[in-house]
Design a protein around this ligand. Structure first.
Ligand code: GLC
Ligand code: CA
Length: 514
């Protein structure tokens, strides 16, 4: 387990929308390099960059055409290597996005695999034997290739599934997990990982990590076995490299697959969603951080605690403010509510992720779909740096922007919040500084709810020797807990004091006591 993860705060960058340096309206690697000092000022010390590889961009780059080549619109491989070096010199690690489950249908492997003649890549993807034979229970396409057969999709129509074999094989064309063709896919994946690790990257965020072996068992044990093998490779040859999975089943991903971290994603009705995004799943939005105070921390804890307890000795659960697939939290939360939500995320165990722009409260915009974004596109708009043209994202003509910038009068920007100590941006900075200062607040220190009562505020939890309290509601509260004895606040949002064993916490407040 890389030690550095203990005190790491990630910042996710959607490269399209962070900073454009050559005026073509789309973000680029030089833009990320230019803004590394900003990342550092935020207290983030690691990046996750969404796929920046050659692609026809039918799914924003999650349809990779060449894993070993940076997409020309972002720069060159040399630029990416310079990004690694510049980031490292500033104490920032860089994770790339690895898409192991599928490629673009324009990837050379797929072009070869689609050919009538059998060749080295015939078994690289999942194919049936005949074009009139589908794949029960899975999406597939037929009629597009000279090869006889239908091929399985892993996501969109442009993303054929790579072949890692089938655990439960019911048809002749289903490869075994230890077949030569499934093994060849694993070796190809390792080769891509080695290529970028040798070039200086610090690991990978792994896309749809649970999607490799088809008809896997309920524990996804065959898929996990592949990741375990990859973890062994890392432990042996790249012990400092880190992997975070898009799996959202930490027991399977961490204990089973050997991932260092697993994202706690925003699945409807799950614990994470009840904190920031309770809407749509329920008639009324009772997200825990909403000021109306009708949230229920137990909806979160009942889901989270078993996951935390089962995995805490093996790896970390990663909570995020948002990601490129998720509505931005500012869609429904006010600035004060966001401060409390971020305070919570940044004082929980595991390794937290901040999505670019969430630190200023960037909004979820109503924009039309771009590159397969659909409803996700509203979270992918250009970073708002300042009040100059296109909010400082690009000096192109607005019509040439990759996605429109927030035109509203109160669009949050970095520059407007820079000098206000109470701004959301500076609150995030104080929170990240606090986390870096106290090991008790970092990834590996213990977590225990001290006061968590159904439909009742506040929520009080212990981290190591420290105590955190959050009261999202509009009413002040007093509670007595022996754990407060002798403690003083070291950080407060709103109002909070301790008198003997009594916590007096104001409306919409958060505090850490040591
Ligand atoms: C993951 C990515 C998402 C992408 C999909 C297919 O969920 O986060 O953006 O569309 O996988 O690769
Ligand atoms: Ca550019």
């Amino acid at each position: 387990m890389p030690e550095w993860l203990k005190d790491t705060i990630f910042y996710e960058i959607y490269p399209q929308s962070f900073k454009d340096t050559n005026g073509d309206g789309i973000g680029d690697l030089n833009g990320i390099i230019e803004k590394l000092d900003y990342v550092k000022s935020l207290g983030a010390n690691a990046l996750w960059i969404n796929p920046c590889f050659d692609s026809p961009f039918k799914d924003a780059g999650y349809d990779v055409r060449d894993y070993k080549k940076v997409a020309p619109r972002y720069g060159t491989n040399e630029d990416l290597i310079r990004l690694f070096e510049t980031a490292h010199a500033k104490g920032i690690r860089v994770l790339l996005d690895l898409v192991p489950g599928h490629t673009s249908d324009t990837h050379e492997w797929f072009i070869q695999s689609s050919k009538y003649e059998e060749n080295e890549y015939s078994g690289r993807y999942v194919w049936t034997t005949n074009a009139f034979e589908g794949i029960a229970g899975h999406p597939y396409i037929s009629g597009m290739t000279e090869r006889y057969g239908a091929y399985m999709l892993n996501f969109f129509a442009s993303q054929p599934a790579l072949n890692y074999g089938w655990l439960n094989r019911t048809e002749k064309w289903m490869s075994a997990v230890d077949s030569p063709e499934a093994r060849a896919t694993i070796e190809a994946l390792k080769d891509i990982m080695r290529f970028w690790l040798d070039a200086g990257c610090d690991g990978f965020r792994v896309d749809m990590a649970d999607s490799l072996v088809k008809n896997d068992d309920e524990h996804k044990s065959a898929t996990a076995a592949i990741w375990r093998e990859i973890r062994d490779m890392l432990d042996k040859d790249y012990p400092e490299a880190a992997l975070v999975s898009e799996w959202s089943n930490p027991e399977q991903a961490i204990n089973g697959g050997g991932f260092h971290m697993d994202f706690y994603l925003d699945h409807w009705h799950n614990g994470y969603n009840t904190l920031l995004r309770d809407y749509e799943a329920n008639e009324e939005d009772n997200s825990f951080f909403k000021a109306k105070g009708k949230g229920d921390i137990m909806r979160f804890l009942d889901d989270y605690l078993p996951k935390y307890k089962a995995t805490k000795d093996y790896g970390y659960i990663s909570m995020f403010t948002c990601n490129h697939d998720t509505p931005r939290p500012a869609r429904t939360l006010s600035v004060q509510e966001l401060k409390l939500a971020y305070a919570f995320i940044l004082t929980m165990p595991g390794v937290p992720f901040i999505y670019y722009g969430d630190e200023t409260g960037m909004k979820f915009l109503d924009v039309r779909s771009k590159e397969g974004g659909y409803h996700r596109t509203g979270s992918r708009t250009p970073m708002q740096w300042d009040d100059s043209k296109n909010h400082g994202f690009s000096d192109c003509e607005p019509k040439d922007l990759y996605l429109p910038v927030d035109q509203s009068e109160n669009a949050p920007t970095v520059s407007a919040q820079e000098n206000d100590p109470e701004s959301l941006l500076n609150t995030v900075r104080k929170l990240t500084a606090l986390r870096h200062q106290y090991e008790d607040l970092q990834a590996a220190s213990s977590f225990k709810p001290l006061y968590a009562v159904k439909e009742t505020m506040p929520f009080v939890y212990e981290r190591g020797e420290m105590v955190c309290a959050v009261n999202p509601s509009e009413g002040g509260i007093k509670i007595r807990l022996k754990e407060f004895r002798g403690k003083e606040p070291v950080f407060v949002i709103g109002r909070a004091v301790v008198e003997n064993e009594v916590l007096i916490i104001g409306p919409q407040s958060f505090a850490v006591f040591a």
